[in-house]
Write a protein that binds this ligand. Sequence first.
Ligand code: FES
Length: 99
Amino acid sequence: MDTGTKISEVPDFGKKVVTVSGREILLVNVKGKIYAFENECPHQGSPLGAAVVKDSYISCPRHGYRFNLSDGHCDGHPDFVLATFPVQLSGDTILVDLG
Ligand code: FES
């Protein structure tokens, strides 16, 4: 599904929250690779718009749980997995598959 967002609108090591089909999706850009996540921490539901992005993980602003960018798993708290969505590009427009 079209996010209506171009890669250039998501800063490197930055984020952008978009709404797709009524769901808030967090887009993350790490060195030109785009990731898409549910904008809701699986721990206690914090929005992730203020999360910190590192090379391999995103850190929730509320309690600091770190979720792997590739599959959303959390090393320190394996019961909590951040929902991730496949990303495709159409030209420079970001598409996500919400399943
Ligand atoms: S709400 Fe995200 S780590 Fe607790």
